[in-house]
Design a protein around this ligand. Structure first.
Ligand code: MN
Length: 297
C-alpha cells in the first residue's frame, strides 16, 4: 500500500522516546474509573504543555437513581479538556457556565485564575445506564495567563472538522490544524489535539511542527508510530521535538489521540488541582480557595 502524505513540507521522522502503559488506575469521584497515562508513569517534561491525561473507561455502568461523578472542586492555573466518546457528562461551574458533553463533543475549560466545578454523569445516561468512555486532558498555561479570567468552550461534534484519509481512516481536528482544516478550540500556546481512527492495514503519514513535544495515545487497537508498537488499550508513546513526521501503521482498526505542542519552559509547582510556577503561588491558591475567593457553584 502506498503512503498518503498529509503535509506540504517533508521533514525528518520524529524519534520515539518511549512507550508506556498507565502509571496508576484509580477512581475520580464515583463516576470516572481512570487509567492515568501521565504523569503517574513518570512522563512529564517531554509532554509539556500537557500536564495530565486520564482515560476513563470504557466501563459499563448499570442504571442508577443518583448521578455518579465528582462533586464541587477547584482548579487554578491551567485548562481542563474533556473529550466524550461514550456516555455523557453534565458540568456546571462557578463562572456561571453549564452544559452537557455528549459523545463526540469536547469541553475546553480554562480554569486560569480559578473555578469551582462539578462533573457528573448526565441525568438520562444515569437513568438508562450504558458504557462510559472519556478522556480528560490538562493543558498548562504560560505564567502570563495563569491568573487570566476563566473561560469555557463548549465544542460540539458538528463543529469539529474531520480530515479523511484516502485509505478509510480519519482525523478529527479538535485543536490545531491538519491539511488546512483548523480545529475549533482556541488555545493560549500552539498545540494540536487530534482524534485519529485508522482502519486495519492502513498506513498514513502525519506531520506536526518541528519543535513540538508529541505524544500518541492508543485508546484501542494495534498500531505502530515510527516503528514503536502500541497494542491493546491505554498505551502511550512520546516523541522528541526534532523532526515533524510520524508514520502510523495499523494492523487492526485502531483509535488514537495525537497531542503535540510547543513546550512551556517555565517552572511547575503543583498541588492537586492547582498548577502554578512557584510554591508561594500554590500557598496563595490554597488560601484563596479556603477563604471562598473561587466563588460559588
Ligand atoms: Mn475538574
Amino acid at each position: 500500500m502506498s503512503t498518503i502524505t498529509h503535509t506540504t513540507t517533508a521533514t525528518q521522522q520524529k524519534k520515539v522516546l518511549g512507550t508506556y502503559g498507565p502509571g496508576s488506575t484509580h477512581w475520580v469521584g464515583d463516576g470516572f474509573p481512570v487509567r492515568n497515562l501521565f504523569p503517574s508513569n513518570g512522563i512529564q517534561l517531554e509532554v509539556s504543555p500537557f500536564l495530565m491525561l486520564d482515560y476513563a473507561g470504557p466501563q459499563y455502568f448499570k442504571a442508577a437513581a443518583q448521578p455518579r461523578g465528582v462533586g464541587e472542586h477547584p482548579h487554578r492555573g491551567f485548562e481542563t479538556v474533556t473529550i466524550a466518546y461514550q456516555g455523557s457528562v453534565a458540568h456546571r461551574d462557578s463562572a456561571g457556565n453549564s452544559g452537557v458533553i455528549y459523545p463526540g463533543d469536547v469541553q475546553w475549560m480554562t480554569a486560569a485564575s480559578g473555578v469551582l466545578h462539578e462533573e457528573m454523569h448526565e441525568a438520562e445516561f444515569t437513568r438508562s445506564g450504558g458504557t462510559f468512555e472519556m478522556i480528560q486532558l490538562w493543558v498548562n498555561l504560560p505564567a502570563a495567563n495563569k491568573m487570566s479570567k476563566p473561560g469555557y468552550q463548549a465544542i460540539t461534534k458538528e463543529q469539529i472538522p474531520v480530515v479523511p484519509f484516502a485509505t478509510g481512516g480519519h482525523a478529527r481536528i479538535i485543536a490545531g490544524s491538519l491539511d488546512g482544516a483548523g480545529g475549533p478550540a482556541k488555545t493560549f500556546t500552539p498545540l494540536n489535539v487530534w482524534d485519529v481512527e485508522l482502519k486495519a492495514g492502513e498506513r498514513v503519514e502525519l506531520d506536526v511542527p518541528e519543535g513540538h513535544n508529541t505524544a500518541v495515545v492508543l485508546r484501542k487497537g494495534d498500531a505502530t508510530v515510527n516503528g514503536a508498537k502500541l497494542s491493546g488499550e491505554a498505551r502511550i508513546a512520546t516523541l522528541g521535538q526534532e523532526g515533524g513526521t510520524m508514520v502510523f501503521e495499523a494492523t487492526v482498526d485502531s483509535a488514537l489521540v495525537l497531542l503535540s505542542g510547543e513546550p512551556i519552559n517555565e517552572p511547575i509547582a503543583n498541588y492537586g488541582p492547582f498548577v502554578m510556577n512557584t510554591r508561594q503561588e500554590i500557598l496563595q491558591a490554597v488560601e484563596d480557595f479556603n477563604s471562598g475567593r473561587f466563588g460559588q457553584l
